[in-house]
Design a binder for this molecule. Sequence first.
Ligand code: 5GP
Length: 117
Amino acid sequence: MAAETIFSKIIRREAPADIVYQDDLVTAFRDIHPQAPVHILIVPNKAIPTVNDVQPADEAALGRLFSVAGKLAHEMGIAEDGYRLLVNCNRHGGQVVYHLHMHLLGGRPLGPMLLRP
Ligand code: 5GP
């Protein structure tokens, strides 16, 4: 079984977070250090550490990340202007919390996709 992170505690509501959506497969909550006016983390309720650990059985939950991202983007008023969905994996990807999650970022122009070296 995957080692637990703070995200599992947030999903079980044992740790504080501003949860904006939750269902049987995913939970969405505001990032504690927002990088944009809208910065929400959408996470599978199951603790999958990284994209490298995804199994076919996880496809329903991972598909739900996208449908919830679109729904929240509409609710937050950023759908028309646009936004960015981001999933980091391991060290080179800049992953810090080892519970797979999608960042929903928007509310301002986000600039180029990657920092120039
Ligand atoms: P990563 O770099 O792993 O893709 O992103 C992890 C994100 O989780 C970061 O943007 C960080 O600010 C956020 N984060 C880390 N710990 C917490 C927490 O306890 N609560 C919330 N709401 N966000 C967190």
